[in-house]
Design a binder for this molecule. Structure first.
Ligand code: HAM
Length: 434
């Protein structure tokens, strides 16, 4: 029988790598808490319409990458429905914001999430069909200040702080403004006009998009189309006074906070809901991501709530590609060596197994990280396992159990001492490993 494997584009995460995942998530939670964010968990599948309307029918995500199926009715009370595994979490958060009437408090909602997303993309390093995002959204009625440039700057400053704290080196923030709902139609009209005489020379996708959604032409990665795209009108020349002022305020606040950025006039991002500020953080070549160097992306989406049938609720947010963040940290060797346990408790002879387990229990209760050996194994095997896994080894032989005086070996120092059982936890904690 053929052996079963994880589905293409999905993968298992195993220790010790999961330790790094947990550290990244713990750092995100700690940093986000300092900025007054609370956690939201939305379902992994949603009504297909949510993404069609929110993310946009003409985007790559919706037009070719979603896992969608017809969910048949099982009972008279249920309707057949088209469902989709979430390709991203912003639409789900805004749906929840509308559904739970979170606008009624009049307060700014600051919500973060950590979880898997699904896109049927061609798998490669840093690009998977099931991947994880750590994201956050700031959303609220206009009178809560959700539209103000200070919110954009706060989100960007928080991201810079998070990336520094988690240990990413050499990140680069690219920033742009794609204008408001009124700037956009003027820019799209200009794009359409500029594309009309040149589109026949472009790739098939661009030819279609030049008609259906010209903004998406700017996402094209075809090398042959890049010169044509470079020569197209720039969104910056179409911003009205208000959008320009908003963008200036974002930049001024970043300057004051010392967050470095570069302006990238082509950064329109691959989702339709963006207005005004858009951004991406990338890492330098050689940081383990290959061509997938976008570590995270985000922006403002002032009309998304209305697009989903909700009240006016301007917002801004981001999503970090957690898989890519981990690859970057590994490549930058931030966590190259797995952490060792505090001690390995080695029973000498099978008869000492229960006593060893009891000692391990006491040490774990004292907050130490402990692995227990097996007295059935030869002492040499216990030594080897202990040396690999832990800083120290506690030997539990018949004499030790009877006398209550245990022998502790410190591997790095190459020393061995005797410690009374009542002082063992303290000795393992305080006597330096080296
Ligand atoms: P996005 O740019 O589509 O934005 O995705 C954000 C990040 O998710 C990317 O920068 C990348 O690191 C990661 N990512 C995307 N696709 C994959 C994949 N197939 N494999 C691994 N990582 C991937 C959004 O999803 C928006 N919801 C972000 C946002 C939040 N905008 C406003 N609020």
């Amino acid at each position: 029988m053929a052996t079963l494997k994880a589905v293409r584009g999905t993968r298992d995460l195993l220790p010790p790598e999961t330790e790094l995942w947990n550290r990244v998530e713990a750092t995100a939670r700690a940093v986000f808490a300092r900025y007054a964010f609370g956690e939201i968990r939305t379902p992994i599948f949603e009504d297909t319409q949510l993404f069609a309307r929110g993310v946009g029918e003409e985007t790559d995500i919706v037009s070719k990458e979603m896992y969608t199926w017809e969910d048949r009715a099982r009972a008279a009370s249920e309707k057949a429905q088209s469902l989709t595994l979430r390709p991203e979490n912003t639409a789900g958060v805004v749906r929840a914001y509308i559904e739970h009437k979170l606008d009624e408090s009049g307060m700014l909602q600051k919500l973060f999430y950590i979880g898997p997303q699904f896109r049927r993309e061609r798998p490669q390093r840093g690009r998977y069909r099931q991947f994880w995002q750590i994201g956050a959204e700031v959303i609220g009625p206009a009178w809560s200040g959700s539209e103000r440039a200070i919110r954009d700057a706060e989100v960007l400053e928080m991201l810079a702080t998070f990336l520094n704290e988690v240990g990413v080196k050499g990140w680069r923030l690219a920033l742009n403004s794609v204008g408001s709902a009124t700037d956009r139609p003027r820019y799209v009209a200009a794009l359409r006009e500029a594309l009309a005489p040149v589109k026949a020379t472009m790739c098939e996708n661009c030819q279609r998009r030049a008609e259906t959604n010209p903004l998406r032409v700017l996402d094209c990665k075809e090398p042959g189309d890049q010169a044509t795209i470079e020569a197209l009108p720039k969104i910056a020349d179409f911003l009205d006074a208000e959008s320009r002022d908003h963008f200036e305020q974002v930049k001024a606040a970043l300057d004051t906070c010392g967050v470095p950025y570069v302006i990238d006039p082509r950064l329109v991002r691959g989702l339709d809901y963006y207005t005004r500020t858009t951004f991406e953080f990338t890492v330098p070549d050689g940081s383990g991501l290959g061509t997938q160097n976008a570590l995270l992306g985000g922006g403002r989406y002032d009309g998304l709530s209305e697009m989903l049938g909700g009240p006016k609720a301007p917002g801004i947010g981001f999503a970090i590609g957690e898989d890519r963040l981990i690859l970057t940290l590994q490549a930058q060797a931030a966590e190259a060596t797995p952490k060792k346990l505090d001690a390995f408790v080695a029973p000498i002879g099978a008869a000492q197994n229960p006593a060893a387990l009891q000692i391990a229990k006491e040490l774990r209760a004292a907050g130490l990280t402990i692995e227990v050996g097996d007295g059935d194994f030869r002492l040499r095997k216990s030594f080897e396992a202990a040396d690999k896994l832990a800083h120290r080894m506690v030997m539990v032989g018949e004499d030790e159990v009877a006398s209550g005086i245990l022998t502790v070996k410190y591997f790095e120092a190459g020393e061995q001492t005797k410690v009374p059982r009542s002082e063992l936890a303290e000795a393992l904690r305080t006597v330096p490993a080296k």
